[in-house]
Design a binder for this molecule. Sequence first.
Ligand code: ATP
Length: 252
Amino acid sequence: MIRLIHLTKQYGKFTAVDGIDLEVPSGELFGFLGPNGAGKTTTFRMIAGILRPTSGTVEIGGIDITRSPLEAKSRLGFIPDRPFVYDKLTGGEFLRFAAALYGQQGPAVERRIDELLELFELTRWKDELTESYSHGMRQKLIISGALVHRPAVIVVDEPMVGLDPKSARLLKDLFRQFVDRGGTVLMSTHTLEVAETMCDRLAIIHGGKIVAHGTMAEVQEQTSSEDLGLEDLFLKLTGGLRDHQLDTILEA
Ligand code: ATP
């Protein structure tokens, strides 16, 4: 379970995340949507304990991440939007390193690493340096690294970018089965079709505030938009297209 209580982040005088309250229970796959610069990554970095909130609280499984960071982080797998891996480690070494960060090592971890590499079709690359990996392979290695310590909660920023259709499907199935077994997933995505088909509930964030949240039907009802699909609803809540500006730019 993830709970955000009046979570706020200011960069100088600019408020990037503005008093967000949100609860994602166990067994739920939750979508976090919003336009560029809305505050999604800032929120995720606070949940992951990488960025300290200006005010407010993050709880992972009931544990306050500021007060008990190690305990809270041990329950969490964070998949950032930019796949950073150490170039001079092999895939196997990277996963061993990720497990060791959580104090895990030994034969059970080695088995887990082999299972994850097998699942993501990276087995034959296990002993190759990650500098030779493609973007999608790095992304799959990062995802494996976030799963290696068996977290109860996964926070994932734009998971589908760079994945081929088979890997994207695999990830969708993995997240669904993970929540069906009692896990929690909080996922940001710009692909509204992904959000609509995958997520149990979703929130739309705009200018650092949540402007709507709930199931798709609830969001439609809250915004008196029963006839709108998610794309039109998103645009309605976050500012529509500027047709007249397109006209100006494209005018001969
Ligand atoms: P995108 O969809 O483009 O990834 P986002 O919703 O993830 O956007 P954030 O990266 O959280 O948005 O940024 C929210 C706002 O905070 C933006 O206006 C951004 O310019 C600002 N911001 C982010 N990081 C910093 C920083 N380190 N210093 C100052 N401002 C920042």
